[in-house]
Design a protein around this ligand. Structure first.
Ligand SMILES: *Cc1c(COP(=O)(O)O)cnc(C)c1O
Length: 347
């Protein structure tokens, strides 16, 4: 649907038409150097059951095993490292649906920085608690990511903290891109990659790495049917706001920012297809990951498995081997158990 027009390095214009150089493969290599010893190189595992189902080899990039339970640590650590190398800030602030906040809290502590995390009341309690335990200050504001964002901005304006955005920032995107380098090393003949898609930092980083290496690799953005701002924005050709609704894939909630500077253009550039999955498919994906792969993953991380179980490989004629990016494990365990109880262990 959104065929890549140009797979070389990206040069983008902001909304005022000013050309700015953004990211290239080199930035991702530099991020990797920065992240040595700070993040884990996560496993890539072959999935016999999904391979059988899809008719092509399927591998799982288990980023759910990352420190803090999601890939967000890569971007947050890289951004904080770059910030500190420049001039140590008074502290960092982030507005987060959970995993980014957790990553910022962890990374800030590694650098001895103050961290304040602002989040909406839709964020599950387990995530809020985990962030508090990492030593960050927490502010719960309103019912949407946007309100949390406004609060974070106030702390920048009034207290001189530095904002660390969850996706629309070059150092964050480069950090997430290190995951793409690992995919290339662990499975050099990768044909297609399915990446959970929300703000698009994860997708942009991975797709930049993979398509810089070999432009024939297909990059698929997978997201939930309900409330995906990036998908709506791609269709509209400009960043759009959508109503936030509760979803099992809570880490995929939130807007992309009406003044999006990086990820909208990069996703538009690199995304070969977007696939939408229903709430029942996400539940099936979570259950599959548990019963067949023996892994606990959160909804956002199960969308790839859900898409495959919905028949995405044959529908889109995806080339194998297919890599599913399993992006995080921070699910409320009571909810996880409920999903398993309602599921069929043999599916
Ligand atoms: C943040 C997140 C995503 C989406 O990443 P974006 O960069 O916003 O597209 C996917 N999965 C998990 C577990 C996340 O925490």
């Amino acid at each position: 649907m959104h065929a890549g027009r140009r797979n070389s390095l990206v040069l983008m214009a902001d909304s005022y038409g000013v050309q700015m150089k953004t990211l290239c493969l080199n930035d991702i290599f530099r991020a990797r150097h920065t992240l040595v010893g700070r993040v884990l190189r996560t496993p890539m595992v072959y999935s016999p059951s999904l391979s059988k189902l899809a008719g092509v080899p399927v591998h799982l990039k288990m980023e759910s095993h990352q420190i803090t339970g999601s890939f967000k640590l890569r971007g947050a650590s890289n951004a904080i490292a770059r910030m500190v190398a420049d001039k140590t800030p008074r502290g960092v602030v982030a507005a987060s649906t959970g995993n980014h906040g957790r990553a910022v809290a962890y990374a800030a502590r590694q650098y001895g920085l103050r961290a304040v995390i602002c989040m909406s009341s839709l964020v599950p309690k387990n995530k809020v608690q985990a962030i508090g335990e990492l030593g960050a200050e927490i502010r719960i504001i309103g019912n949407s990511q946007d309100e949390a964002q406004d609060e974070a901005q106030k702390l920048v304006d009034n207290d001189g903290l530095v904002m660390l955005p969850p996706f629309d920032h070059p150092d964050v995107i480069a950090g997430q891109g290190t995951l793409g380098l690992e995919i290339l090393e662990q499975l050099p003949d990768v044909g297609s990659v399915c990446v959970p898609l929300s703000g698009g930092g994860l997708f942009s980083g991975i797709a930049l790495a993979l398509k810089s290496a070999r432009c024939g690799i297909a990059a698929i953005g997978v997201t939930m049917e309900n409330g995906c701002a990036m998908h709506a924005s791609l269709l509209a050709g400009k960043p759009l706001q959508v109503d936030e609704v509760p979803t099992l894939a809570d880490s995929l909630g939130g807007g992309i920012g009406l003044n999006n500077r990086y990820t909208f253009d990069m996703v538009r550039e690199f995304c070969d297809h977007t696939v939408l999955v229903s709430e029942s498919s996400i539940a099936r994906g979570i259950a599959h990951m548990y019963w067949q792969e023996r892994e606990i993953v959160e909804g956002a991380a199960a969308v790839g498995a859900a898409a495959l179980m919905d028949g995405a490989v044959s529908r889109l004629a995806l080339a194998g081997p297919v890599v599913l990016v399993v992006s995080g494990r921070n699910i409320d365990m009571a909810r996880h158990r409920q999903i398993l109880i309602e599921s069929d262990p043999d599916s």
